[in-house]
Design a protein around this ligand. Sequence first.
Ligand SMILES: Cc1cc2nc3c(=O)[nH]c(=O)nc-3n(C[C@H](O)[C@H](O)[C@H](O)COP(=O)(O)OP(=O)(O)OC[C@H]3O[C@@H](n4cnc5c(N)ncnc54)[C@H](O)[C@@H]3O)c2cc1C
Length: 288
Amino acid sequence: MNATRKKIKKLEVMVADVIEETPDTTTLILFTGNDLLDYEPGHFLTIDPHQFVALERWTAFLEDKKGKKESPRAYSLSSSPDEKYLAITVKEEMYYPGKSKYPPLLSPILAKRTHKGSKMIVTGFTGPYTLPKNGPLPSEILHICAGSGIVPNYSILKYALKIYPDIKHTLVYSNQSWKNTIFGKQLIDLQMQFPDQLTVDFLFTREEPDRFNLPYQTGRITSERIERKLAKMDHPQIYLCGPGISKYEKISARKEGVAPAPRFLESVLFSLEGLGIEKKQITHESYG
Ligand SMILES: Cc1cc2nc3c(=O)[nH]c(=O)nc-3n(C[C@H](O)[C@H](O)[C@H](O)COP(=O)(O)OP(=O)(O)OC[C@H]3O[C@@H](n4cnc5c(N)ncnc54)[C@H](O)[C@@H]3O)c2cc1C
């Protein structure tokens, strides 16, 4: 058994607080008792839907329909290891009639139906989306995130800004609008707290009314935008997280004999490749 596997264990946690981040996204603050929280920023935990009595029939129905067991879902930790409590931040997946094959199972109850004092079992902690363990730390990091892809980067940012003051961070963060921007206010606060270490570029695909008085740009994350950022940086390590092609999209495209349509993650990877960025300079995680 290697060191990573030994660290993974089941924990019974109690929801100590429920924070609505955006209309569809909620942070659950989890109290773990005296358990040692041995995790790194960027790690995730998993939650098995079978433990929820309210989901019993729903899970059985979906298993019948899909012909396979529903697997545990992964959630990155939005807390930082130097914080007292564990936290996850969950975006409610939607069902689009005529478009979605099945309704989502776990995220709706985590994001909308979990109350203070509820208990659940989580399994953690693991994942490769962490700061380098061997070898030197980068002097600069370019974080590129979209939507709930901010979650592990938020944990990395909170931790690294405090613990590694020599690392400079630039975050390019894409959302539809301020209303959907998870941790928007917290990121502005971090930027004010660490002005020499952190720069945040909010990118909205929809125009915002002026009343928010926000430093933001409109548009998507394009090769040109990334190139302009990279030109100001010294060989940064890139941490990229956001929606990617799901395994279901891959299977269905394969059946149809076509290539699956790229999503945020694949588009940015393609841009980075076009800009001549080496693979080893990129750490990425897909929320497909
Ligand atoms: C490493 C990692 C970290 C993650 N961290 C976070 C996080 O911090 N926050 C967060 O909100 N999410 C995160 N996710 C996503 C999360 O794990 C779940 O995938 C998400 O919450 C949806 O789960 P669900 O049970 O609600 O939906 P699911 O039941 O898994 O359904 C999701 C979608 O897949 C479709 N689908 C399901 N089964 C099939 C099928 N058999 N065929 C075709 N289509 C199907 C559904 O129609 C739906 O659109 C992470 C994922 C990974 C891999």
